[in-house]
Design a protein around this ligand. Structure first.
Ligand SMILES: [Zn+2]
Length: 275
């Protein structure tokens, strides 16, 4: 059976469905496991603009992944040197403190290793230099699922977040092409394409994880970032409110939400915002 017959069969089966129902039906047909990406894959790379973003955006999910024996790696893009309102703290000193804090938080969540790109905090402006570095780590670690902040979250003002998200998505569609960053290949790495992007801090989630059992360890992990979060009550409030709101969408008490997109759709595919 050729494509015209397949297409006709598909189009016949979505007759009578609304646009959104049709789209969801087609995606579920092509990617029946899209809702189970956190269950059926076992190597995850979480890319974060600053030390603490993976913990805040996905810490409950990460704790549940590592407790099941899956490998989770962090890749931190900037050094976080500017994250203070205290003018007496030297930026270089703060960067070193944040490195230690992130190590302690990630240990609590069971993260296997943390890698640092050490771009200067609050100065990310182009995706090219960042994406090249991310591609190298994708080829080294071979993750099936790569997490990053959603660069298309409306009203996200921090360009470190937007650039990190966009650079990660670009890296995902290019890491399988051996002539991209060919220095990696000359150094013995292989071109490699992960299966899915999972975007955190998203206002458009399509996959949810129940974090009822891991919300407490997520809070404890965030409190390891003492330079950022000094007030336990405030951290508990922020984490529970976000988890409760994602939970409302998921019909759970506490959830984290992700926009999960198959990597092969991350280019010239319209309507991804609606899947
Ligand atoms: Zn951040």
């Amino acid at each position: 059976m050729g494509f015209p017959e397949v297409s006709k069969g598909l189009l016949d089966s979505v007759k009578g469905l609304s646009f959104e129902e049709s789209l969801k039906y087609i995606v579920s047909l092509l990617y029946p496991d899209i809702n189970r990406v956190f269950d059926i894959h076992n190597v995850f790379l979480c890319v974060q603009p600053h030390p603490d973003d993976c913990d805040l955006g996905a810490g409950g999910t990460i704790a549940s992944l590592t407790s099941r024996g899956f490998d989770v790696y962090y890749l931190t893009v900037t050094d976080g040197r500017l994250g203070t309102t205290d003018k007496s703290v030297y930026p270089e000193f703060l960067a070193s403190i944040r490195r230690r804090e992130q190590a302690e938080a990630a240990k609590l969540l069971g993260v296997k290793s943390i890698y640092w790109l050490d771009f200067r905090d609050a100065e990310l402006s182009d995706t090219l230099s960042v994406r090249s570095r991310i591609i190298t780590y994708i080829r080294k670690l071979k993750p099936s699922v790569v997490l990053a902040p959603d660069p298309y979250a409306p009203y996200e003002a921090h360009s470190d977040h937007i650039v990190t998200g966009r650079a990660t998505l670009e890296a995902l569609i290019l890491s399988g092409l051996p002539h991209v960053n060919d220095v990696d290949i000359r150094e013995g790495l292989e071109a490699f394409t992960p299966r899915f992007a999972a975007l955190y801090y998203t206002s458009n989630p399509n996959v949810f994880r129940d974090v009822g059992e891991t919300i407490n360890v997520k809070i404890e992990a965030l409190l390891k970032h003492e330079s950022q979060f000094k007030d336990r009550a405030l951290v508990e409030f922020i984490v529970s409110v976000y988890a409760a709101l994602y939970g409302k969408l998921a019909k759970l008490d506490y959830a984290e939400g992700f926009k999960v997109i198959p990597v092969e759709l991350l280019h010239v595919t319209p309507f991804l915002d609606k899947i």
